[in-house]
Design a protein around this ligand. Structure first.
Ligand code: ADP
Ligand code: MG
Length: 225
């Protein structure tokens, strides 16, 4: 059974002559443990697709099953829990909270999930160790380099042990060398069995995954396995 099952997904904006099709009947299934990149030029609909997969946005038409649940039928509360606990989001601009320490940033999803203080601490420190930032636990994000901030964001994304890691241009704000280190981290997470969906406009980054899905003008044009 696929983790992500999108059938004929459409996303449109506007009405009548102003109607603009952003995703045009996208069908796609992703199995547990896959490492997939979605490759396409700027404006092709990648972030829109990622937001639908991550339940941050809803499709205008079509059917989306996430772990066999019909997303359309879920309540706002259920969607909020899925966004916090089942999906680990990683963005180009890291999106850490600037006034919170590195450790507090990583702990945050566990606070929302109602995990006890002691377990929060233990799991967050374990993840910081995993990304090599134990010594930065008490630092503020602004005291870290871009690559380190993205590692914190990855630790935060992993802390709830989500089903899917969803990354939108995760190396887009990093220099090449730092970007490569981040890609190595994704590679090792994939080897550990994580399901990873990564969005990129960079073909060299896309090639790191086992499977590349091309999107152009809102249509999936090619699926490589
Ligand atoms: P990508 O991530 O591939 O660069 P996006 O998914 O961000 O592309 O955007 C795809 C298209 O959808 C673009 O033409 C963009 O202008 C349009 N779009 C995205 N969000 C909205 C919105 N809220 N309202 C209208 N058009 C939008
Ligand atoms: Mg985008």
């Amino acid at each position: 059974m696929p983790v992500v099952d999108l059938q004929e997904i459409q996303k449109t904006y506007g009405e009548g002559t102003n109607r603009h099709i952003v995703l045009d009947r996208v069908s796609l299934t992703i199995e547990a443990g896959e490492y997939v990149t979605i490759l396409g030029p700027s404006g092709s609909g990648k972030s829109t697709l990622m937001n639908i997969i991550g339940c941050l946005d809803v499709a205008s038409n079509g059917v989306y099953r996430l772990q066999e649940q019909l997303v359309h039928d879920l309540s706002e509360d259920q969607l909020a829990t899925i966004r916090n606990e089942e999906i680990g989001f990683i963005f180009q601009q890291f999106q850490l909270l600037p006034r919170m320490s590195v450790l507090q940033n990583v702990e945050l999803p566990l606070i929302y999930a109602g995990v006890s203080r002691k377990e929060r601490r233990a799991r967050s420190l374990e993840l910081l160790e995993r990304v090599g930032l134990t010594d930065k636990a008490d630092a503020l994000p602004s005291q870290l380099s871009g690559g380190q901030q993205q590692r914190v964001a990855i630790a935060r994304a992993l802390v709830t042990r989500p089903t899917i890691l969803l990354a939108d241009e995760p190396t887009g704000a990093l220099d090449q060398k730092t970007g490569k280190q981040i890609m190595e981290l994704f590679e090792s997470l994939s080897e550990e069995g994580k399901t990873i969906i990564m969005i990129t406009h960079d073909v060299n980054i896309a090639k790191q995954a086992r499977r590349i899905i091309r999107i152009e003008d809102g249509q999936v044009t090619e699926v490589t396995t």
